[in-house]
Design a protein around this ligand. Structure first.
Ligand SMILES: *[C@@H]1O[C@H](CO)[C@@H](O)[C@H](O)[C@H]1NC(C)=O
Ligand SMILES: *[C@@H]1O[C@H](CO)[C@@H](O)[C@H](O)[C@H]1NC(C)=O
Length: 399
């Protein structure tokens, strides 16, 4: 009896120890966040362990755990949901069931997952798209794209661009009853990276007649040059997305060769000959004072050009939209940017906001105190629900 209760007490302490992580005071519902983090950490630890034993690539194991969650396209009382392909790229389309009063708005949505994970069939992504379609009375196209480690940059970018271009064909928009003047592009995390990149690319594409009305970037990744910004420093061990995982995902976008990850972790992957590009991602000049507080800017340590020769994507604006110069940014449509206080990617979003404003682009910046990366994927958490509502309201008024 005593032995048994001792066993359970020990087990309870071990579980609590595994789940408990100290969180800042302004994080709401801390126990929910800790549980979420533990639920996400467990497969990640197992996947790292399997990789250490040489059994399976980290991302492949994670994909295996995540694949059980995918939901089939399921219509409900308000929205018809179908899977189809746009020029061979799988997309899921959400069309409101109510009779349209006129042409509808269209939203092209790109899921997150660090270019390695995720799909439009992931429950949180499916729910958000369905919700958006119903609340905005809009046609939502949620695209898939091929993922790392099987496929590297620029495949992810090109798949998304291919699907987007297909959607923007006047006949295709017409067949879905979409107003060509009211199409938006939106994406979350790595999807925010792809959204920013394809929106820039559209500016230079003579084939595209109807340009997007808005873009929405939800805690996007926008550069890989500097992984030592204040937000990377402050949140390197924050739940949901740590610096080590983010750097791993960035490097997997380009290659499975782990030497790039090592170089990126110590911020020594950009060669001297590319030093002129640092001004585009210089947090010392681009962050508002309050976010720089207490941080000293470290001059970049340049590497040999070996890595950038092998992986030219490192210097490519289609991977790091912050590398675009001002003359290019000037042409961008009105932009909504969400950044979260506790997110390694916070400063990417902040720097883009500054650069867009400096270029005269209309920007609405929603910085959310107390929020963490991926917030909008957790609609059962109060702050996630609030953030998603703010996002929908902005689209309601601006798309
Ligand atoms: C359908 O739309 C109505 C009104 O927006 C909403 O109250 C209801 O919950 C929606 N149904 C589903 C299944 O989402
Ligand atoms: C970044 O900006 C700071 C302050 O504006 C400046 O001193 C520094 O030289 C810049 N660094 C680079 C690499 O551009």
């Amino acid at each position: 009896m005593v032995k048994k209760s001792f066993f359970f007490l020990t087990l309870a302490i071990l579980i609590a120890y595994y789940i408990y992580i100290p969180l800042p005071d302004n994080v709401e519902e801390p126990w929910k966040i800790m549980l979420l983090d533990a639920v996400m950490r467990t497969p990640s630890h197992l996947a790292q362990f399997a990789e250490m034993l040489g059994l399976n690539h980290f991302v492949d194991s994670m994909m295996f755990f995540l694949s059980f969650q995918d939901v089939p396209p399921t219509s409900d009382e308000n929205v018809s949901v179908t899977d189809t392909t746009f020029n061979n790229i799988p997309v899921r389309i959400y069309v409101p069931k109510r009779k349209p009063e006129s042409l509808r708005r269209g939203l092209f949505y790109i899921h997150g997952g660090g270019w390695c994970f995720g799909s439009n069939a992931f429950p949180a992504c499916d729910f958000l798209s369905r919700w958006t379609a119903n609340r905005l009375d809009a046609v939502v196209v949620s695209t898939n794209y091929r993922l790392a480690p099987k496929y590297h940059f620029p495949v992810q970018f090109e798949d998304v661009y291919t699907a987007l271009k297909w959607f923007l064909h006047p006949e295709v928009l017409k067949s879905y009853g979409v107003d060509p003047g009211r199409v938006g592009i939106s994406g979350e995390s790595a999807g925010g990276n792809l959204a920013a990149a394809v929106t820039q690319q559209l500016l230079e594409d003579p084939d595209i007649k109807s340009k997007p009305k808005i873009q929405s970037l939800i805690y996007p990744a926008l550069q890989n040059f500097d992984t030592d910004s204040p937000s990377y420093r402050e949140n390197s061990h924050f739940p949901i997305l740590s610096k080590s995982v983010m750097v791993r995902l960035w490097s997997e976008y380009f290659t499975t060769d782990r030497s790039l990850e090592k170089a990126m972790l110590s911020n020594q992957h950009i060669p001297l000959e590319s030093s002129h590009l640092f001004k585009f991602v210089n947090w010392s000049s681009l962050l508002p004072e309050k976010f720089k507080k207490g941080h000293v800017y470290k001059k970049p340590t340049y590497s040999s050009s070996e890595l950038t020769k092998k992986y030219p994507g490192l210097l490519d604006v289609r991977a790091s939209p912050l590398l675009a110069d001002d003359s290019k940014l000037r042409g961008l449509p009105p932009t909504y940017v969400i950044t979260c206080q506790y997110d390694v990617l916070r400063d990417d979003g902040l720097m883009y906001v500054t650069r867009l404003k400096n270029s005269g682009v209309r920007v609405t910046h929603n910085h959310i105190e107390g929020a963490f990366h991926g917030t909008m994927s957790f609609l059962h958490v109060k702050i996630g629900y609030r953030t998603a509502n703010q996002y929908i309201s902005w689209l309601q008024e601006n798309l």
